[in-house]
Design a protein around this ligand. Sequence first.
Ligand SMILES: C[S@@+](CC[C@H](N)C(=O)[O-])C[C@H]1O[C@@H](n2cnc3c(N)ncnc32)[C@H](O)[C@@H]1O
Length: 223
Amino acid sequence: MNQDHAGYNPDQYWENRGGPSYREYTESAAYAQYHHAQHEFFTNLIAQLKPQCLLDFGCGTGKLFPIWTGVSEVHAYDRSQSQIEEARRAASRIRPENPYKVLHYVAPQRGEVPYDDDYFDLVVVAEVLLHVLPEDIGGLLDELRRICRGHLAVVTAAPFTNAAAHCFDHNYPALFMGRFDLIDDHAVLRQRYLVGRKIGAASVSRPQTFNLEPRTSDAILTA
Ligand SMILES: C[S@@+](CC[C@H](N)C(=O)[O-])C[C@H]1O[C@@H](n2cnc3c(N)ncnc32)[C@H](O)[C@@H]1O
C-alpha cells in the first residue's frame, strides 16, 4: 500500500487534472475497454435494482451519465469545479426534459456529503474511493451510508498496482462491514466492482423533498 501521499491535496489535484483533459482520457482508445466494462455492469445493475433516485458521486465529467437515462431522478456531485463544468455540459445534452441535478459543492470536511439522510436508492462511486485519503475514507463511507436508503456500487482498482501519491489501497470489505452488506465483489480488467445493500435499509422510508441547500454555510455551491 502506498503510504507516501505527502503533497497530495485531492481538491487541488482534481481541479488541475479535471475538465477537458480528463474527458479526453475517458474517451480515449486506451480507456475504451474499461468504459465498456463499466457500461455493461451498470446497465445490468440498473435493470436489476430499478432505482428511482440515483446519485453519481464524484461524477467527474459525467462519463457514466448516458447509463442513467431510465432513472427518474438523477443527481451528480463532485468537489472539482473543472470536472463539474464538463459534467454540466454532458448533462445538458442528455435529458433536457428531466435534467440531472448536477451539484458542485465543497464541504469543509472532505468526507462530508451534502444530501439528506436516506435519500438515494442507489449511490454510484466509480473510480473515486481509491483517490480518497486514508484519513477521510471512513468518514466518507459513513456519509455514503447516511444518504443511501438502498444500495452502494463502487468501482475501484484491482489488483492495486498504482504507487502514485494520489492512489490508495483501501480495505473495501472492511469499509463495507457494519455499513453495507457486501452482495457482490468481483474484478473485470483490473477493476474491482463492489455492491453493498445498506444495513437496516428495509426500515427506512425516503423523505419526500430534496434539499439542495448546503449543509454548512461556508461552502461553495454552484448548483
Ligand atoms: C478518477 S475521477 C472519476 C470520475 C468519474 N466517477 C468517472 O468514473 O469517470 C475521480 C473524481 O472523484 C472526485 N472526488 C474525489 N474525492 C471526492 C470527494 N470527497 N467528494 C466528491 N468528489 C470527489 C474528483 O474530483 C474526481 O472528479
